[in-house]
Ligand binder design. Sequence first.
Ligand SMILES: [Fe+2]
Length: 226
Amino acid sequence: MLSVKGTLGGVVRPALHYPFRNLEKLMPTRDDAWKLLCEFTDSESLRKHMLAVEACVRAYARKQHADEELWGITALLHDFDYERWPNNEHSPDKEHPAEGAKILREHGYSEEIIRAIMSHADYSGVVRQTPLEHTLFACDELAGFLTACSYVRPSKSILDLEVDSVKRRLKDKAFAKGVSREDVRKGAEELGIPLEDHIGFCISAMREEADALGLRGNIGAQAAGS
Ligand SMILES: [Fe+2]
């Protein structure tokens, strides 16, 4: 590699700023991610699911002093292509999440984000390795289950949902059959924390976003804060 002096022939040139401006343009923001999500997803419940997973993953990012924006955007977009390409055949390289990965790449999302989204589907063949990848997987199925648990409460709220109640529901095979108990268990295991702790942590994270997630139910704002 040439030295600075050799490269510049001893002349100090002004810094070129435009490459950095271009780089900034290539980094989509949370607003960009939300717009993309809404472009591909009409379903209100699927949008709320992605918001719920985002809330949990962001809370873990804060706890671990990780890059909250990066983790949040990853979680927000993890199912953005699901409505259009549901992938009932579980193809590793067609439909969700492979189709979404192509679109994300075109929009300038980082490979770190794309890899994490690919890895949340076991059938993609992308093995989970990073803390973000394990966290996304761990929060995905559980967030859906916590939403289902909240809906059947008299309050229809997550604000009075407790860990013990969730654990009882997990044992009830007839309840929320679409949620893989095995994935919920495996998620906590991948995080290396007891399932109870994982459930409690995600309940707290989702409570903070109860209004955005439509999970305040009939518990008033005042009562919730008391
Ligand atoms: Fe999901």
